[in-house]
Design a protein around this ligand. Sequence first.
Ligand code: ADP
Ligand code: GLC
Length: 505
Amino acid sequence: MKVSEKLSILMVASEAAPFAKEGGLGDVVGALPKYLARLGHDVRVVIPRYYSVSREKYGLRLLTGTLVVPMGIIGHMYCGVYEGRLPGSDVQVYFLEHERFFGRPGLYQQDGQGYLDNDNRFVFLSKAALELCKMLDFHPDVVHAHDWHTGVIPALLNTSYLHDRFVGESASLLTLHNMQHQGNFYPGLMEVLGIGWKHFNYLELEKDDQVNLLKGGIYNATLLNTVSEEYAREIQTAEFGWGLEEVVRERAADLSGILNGVDYEEWSPSCDPFIAKKYTARTVKSGKAACKRDLQEQMGLPVRTDVPLFGIVSRMVKQKGTDIIAEAIHRILTMDVQFVMVGNGEPWAHFYFGDITALYPEKFACYIGYSEALAHKVEAGADFFVMPSAFEPCGLNQMYSLAYGTPPIVRATGGLDDSVDNFDETGLTGDGLKFYQHTAQALFDTIGWAAYTFFNNPKGLAALRRNGMAKRFTWEESALKYEELYRLAIRRRRGAEYYRNRFGE
Ligand code: ADP
Ligand code: GLC
């Protein structure tokens, strides 16, 4: 690659693994920049310095100087900046330090209650990231924002930052990981945004008399993408658009789908430090047997090789089908099976599944909380991974499961439909088991199919494992697609002539 072809990319998000992660957004922002950097690009990542991000553990360095962040009616706020590196790369990560907003235990919430000032917290993140470019003398070709937390960035770039020396000409890409959460706040937030009330209108930032940060991003971003092709189609419908389907349809020509990749440096049974025995496709049978035993021991279940072990790692929310699992679980546990659940989320689910453990101690075990180690152990030790989502923009756990030879049981929606091929018992093709209706009955039936396969169809089970482990979802491939989008966005924002002069294409 010619040096001049290098792109400067500012990636701003509310999560990045391993520093701060609640879900797949963290995995994506922790991985994509690494692979973009390997393509030769200059990528800088910006996230908050939450309390949980240890300065010592990650060797963060305080930069000299303070950012001044214009917060409209609130006035100017100040922000310290720490610098670190994404593990396994040279990618610079900037951590925004502001005690009042980020000096608390949770990323978004505490005890099931979202922080009441999430509007100001994430507007602050969005603005501070743009201010940071001045401090770094960084002129990004593209600012890449993710979800509602940084969704307002494209709107800022088109308004109050339009003439900014550093970011005024930057193109923007907004990645939609989840349309359910939109950043809906009281209209007064316009005064904090400070971009003028004229943008509080039906087309731009207003939705149902509220400020909708995601809508502002969808309207303003140079380009948009979702994390699977199927989800890009789905969000144009009322069922999946959460009220923004019309706005999305307006921008359909600028919307594409790029499936997330798997960071195989973190998620491969051949090098996973968390699992009891490392294995490859060749040694999958013995490897998984050792990991299953370890998982059963860890979770306090009887160590049995003769029962199928079903696993879940998930946020416990409606999106993930926690409700239909709750409905089906008693019937599932009438079979000779074991079930392991790792997750946290809605309080009712904590109590409900805690009670299930008490009722079926030989069959069901759960860990209510967040555990990176257990997440890996479940991927390796379970016989099947269960993901009955109501909707799933991409989903990473089913892809991890495939890599670990743990056939996923998924509802055919969004990225689950795109990434899993249904099992065909005759041709021994496919790598997972799919169902279509989002009901407890359909889930139960499919778990029954899996149990039947475990007990009676060892050839089928071996084929499922083999086919899954042969599949690859590489970030190398997805990063190339992002690069293409960035280039298109730059051409759109700055014109074909600028692009030709700069890149000679
Ligand atoms: P989503 O982002 O909607 O939660 P994904 O499947 O894209 O769903 O990503 C979820 C990520 O979060 C995976 O890396 C998964 O292992 C992780 N995860 C979810 N819940 C937990 C938990 N309780 N403990 C550890 N990891 C979790
Ligand atoms: C969201 C989606 C999930 C996706 C993740 C990363 O949290 O719910 O499906 O995999 O973002 O893109």
